[in-house]
Design a protein around this ligand. Structure first.
Ligand code: ADP
Ligand code: MG
Length: 632
């Protein structure tokens, strides 16, 4: 036999190994889960080739995983009869990380030192977890391809590994983990048996420990709901997702038409994307009569449901299904539609059954539903029902559905109104809200920048248009206690004056009938971009090209004392009137979240205040408390 060759690990593998070996992580037993999961994957792949009728090495071998301990070394060996690896595959699979998994893993570890190793399997670097407990690891493997021979891979995790031919191996892989002394308790059969049971009950292949069968449950998605306990669902989820926490929801169902389906879908507790360190990959496995076809079947569910985990089993699928074939992709699309509709119906049921649990779900995954509502025409109506927004009619920190909004609408209200603002306080203080407050009309207060796009795409709900508050054409109600308005002529004169003073900064100045407490507000004409839309466009584009220039319409409130004052100052105090007009626009821009250059405004405001404080007070206030008389 030739001498072993020595190879260096790829730099990223070295980094992963370094972290795994030196971490103070306590739940080291997960290496058992990772090695069993790799063995199960190898067996699934083998079974796939077997069903496809390909020639296999050692065709007589039973599919299974056998684990043995040798407390005298101490060591544990994991043997599977799966697809195995030839020399190149050992180098490729165990010496390098081809995908982006390691980078994500390293980044995530850097961000959350504490629990990060729990997730090691989710990043496609699970094999290296063996080095948490091992002095050295040997991998003996022989590929399922009849022409291949056996190989022995070995490493102590310190930067290099050796590889040499090995005779006498049968198909599959044996991984021998030689334990460091402080971890010898893993070689205690009773202890190890408990750990294996915890992680492998659902492996659809027999697992033995020193010839005793350990796993008993298998493919629970194929069982009847009544036969599966909550604990088994939880354990199954943890097994397939490599998650330490229980799932938030599970949906287990069967359907006969238009396709025969058994599905078990899980919603995880947390949305890992929310922490910003990773983009989730769709990871629902596709089976046909319990045979794994694809562990992460693309297209099985829409992109926006990429957080779901689980298994879909359909006997209507051909085993050798391909993504390319038109007929197969039509099948997958059909599956996709059934699964998605069923899952959305499930969410609707959960929302009415247990609103608190639904809200907790929504806090984590609402953003995915919004993504769906914006992007996916097919399911938009169903998704619109599942969305929740803060609202003027709901308690702070609560959210309401569009359906509940509609039930509260007075008979003469024709539209659904919303006002995007980062906080409820800002929404309530917005000039656009005033007319709604006075008319006691409910306004949704979506608080995320993309909400506007989402609501715009939804367009209408229950036959009612959904409109931004800024675009609503509503007048204030007639009321006796409102202050008197300027006469139409005077109001027009002020408006003309303001337009002249502001020049190109505004497109038009017009007299508003919807402002109650604010002197002025900005709005734009037909192609109106609300402030939140503008912010979002800006955040998406590096330059401002394509974003219409900000030339708002300024609406003025003919009942407001400042506008009354301006009406007189226009002729009596022209030195004040022009800066006040500018100031009105700036303040309206601030209220709309559109102001961009506060510097000039502050200088102007300072000089106005200075004038106010250094000039003598007006001789005597008028009887109505206003320094100037008001024309009514
Ligand atoms: P992942 O399982 O997510 O791909 P791992 O680090 O756990 O990542 O394993 C890396 C690769 O090594 C696997 O993708 C597989 O190709 C190979 N491998 C590991 N264990 C086995 C095994 N028992 N039989 C065959 N191949 C294996
Ligand atoms: Mg793995």
């Amino acid at each position: 036999m030739s001498a072993p060759e020595t190879h260096s690990f790829q730099a990223e593998v070295k980094q992963v190994l370094d972290i795994v070996i030196h971490s103070l992580y306590t739940d080291r037993e997960i290496f058992v889960r990772e090695l069993i999961s790799n063995a199960a994957d190898a067996l699934e792949k083998l079974r796939f080739h077997q069903k496809a009728g390909e020639p296999l090495a050692d065709d007589d071998l039973e599919l299974g995983i056998s684990i043995r301990v040798d407390p005298s070394v101490p060591s544990i060996s994991f043997t599977d009869t799966g697809i195995g690896m030839n020399r190149d595959e050992l180098v490729e699979n165990l010496g390098t990380i081809a995908h982006s998994g390691s980078k994500q893993f390293l980044r995530q570890i850097a961000e959350a030192k504490e629990h990060s190793l729990d997730l090691i399997g989710q990043f496609g670097v699970g094999f290296y977890s063996a080095f948490m407990v091992a002095k050295s690891v040997s991998v003996y493997s022989r590929s399922f391809r009849p022409g291949d021979t056996g190989w022995h891979w070995e490493s102590d995790g310190s930067g290099t590994y050796t590889i040499a031919p090995e005779t006498g191996l049968r198909r599959g892989t044996r991984i021998v983990v030689r334990l460091k002394d402080e971890f010898k308790s893993f070689a205690d059969p009773e202890n190890l048996g408990r750990i294996i049971k915890r992680y492998s009950n659902f492996v659809p292949f027999p697992i033995t420990l020193d010839d005793t069968r350990i796993n008993t449950i298998g493919a629970i998605w194929a069982h009847n709901k009544s036969e599966v306990s909550r604990e088994e669902y939880d354990e199954f989820y943890k097994f397939i997702s490599h998650d330490f926490d229980s799932p938030r929801f599970h949906l287990h169902f069967t359907a006969d038409a238009p396709l025969a389906i058994r599905a078990l879908l899980f919603v995880p507790g947390k949305n890992l994307e929310k922490f910003g360190f990773t983009r989730l990959e769709p990871e629902v496995a596709l089976h046909c009569k319990k045979v794994l076809i694809q562990p992460k079947a693309p297209g099985l569910l829409p992109e926006w449901l990429r957080f779901l985990r689980g298994v879909v089993d359909s006997e209507d699928l051909p085993l050798n299904i391909s993504r390319e074939s038109m007929q197969d992709s039509a099948l997958i699309q059909k599956l996709n539609k059934v699964l998605t509709s069923r899952f959305l119906k499930f969410l609707g049921d959960e929302a009415s059954r247990d609103p608190n649990a639904y809200h907790a779900f929504y806090d984590e995954f609402g953003i995915c539903l919004k993504e769906g509502a914006a992007a996916d025409h097919t399911h938009r109506d169903a998704l619109a029902k599942l969305l929740r927004f803060p609202s003027s009619a709901s308690e702070p920190n609560q959210r309401t559905s569009l359906a509940d909004y509609v039930t509260r609408m007075p008979a003469d209200q024709k539209e659904i109104y919303f006002l995007v603002a980062p906080t409820r306080e800002e929404a309530l203080a917005s000039p656009y809200y005033e007319v709604f407050a006075k008319r006691h009309l409910e306004v949704l207060f979506p608080d995320e920048p993309w909400d506007e796009v989402v609501l715009e795409r939804i367009g209408s709900f229950d036959g009612k248009r959904i409109l931004p508050a800024e675009k609503a054409e509503l007048d204030l109600p007639e009321s006796s206690d409102a202050p008197a308005a300027l006469s139409d002529d005077d109001a027009r004169l002020v408006a003309n004056f303001i337009k002249e003073a502001l020049g190109d900064r505004v497109d038009e100045v017009r007299i508003s009938r919807r402002l109650a407490d604010s002197p002025a507000a900005v709005a734009e004409g037909e192609a109106y971009l609300t402030a939140s839309m503008r912010r979002m466009l800006k955040s998406m584009k590096r330059d401002e090209e394509g974003i219409p220039p900000l030339r708002p319409h300024l609406e003025i409130n003919p009942r407001h004392p400042i506008i009354h004052g301006l009406a007189r100052a226009r002729t009596q105090r022209p030195d004040l009137a022009a800066p006040v007009a500018e100031q009105l626009l700036d303040q309206a821009l601030i209220a709309a979240g559109l102001h961009e250059h506060p510097g000039t405004m502050i200088r102007r405001l300072n000089s106005l205040i200075e004038k106010l404080l250094t000039e003598p007070a007006p001789s005597a206030p008028q009887p109505d408390g206003q320094p100037f008389s008001i024309k009514t």
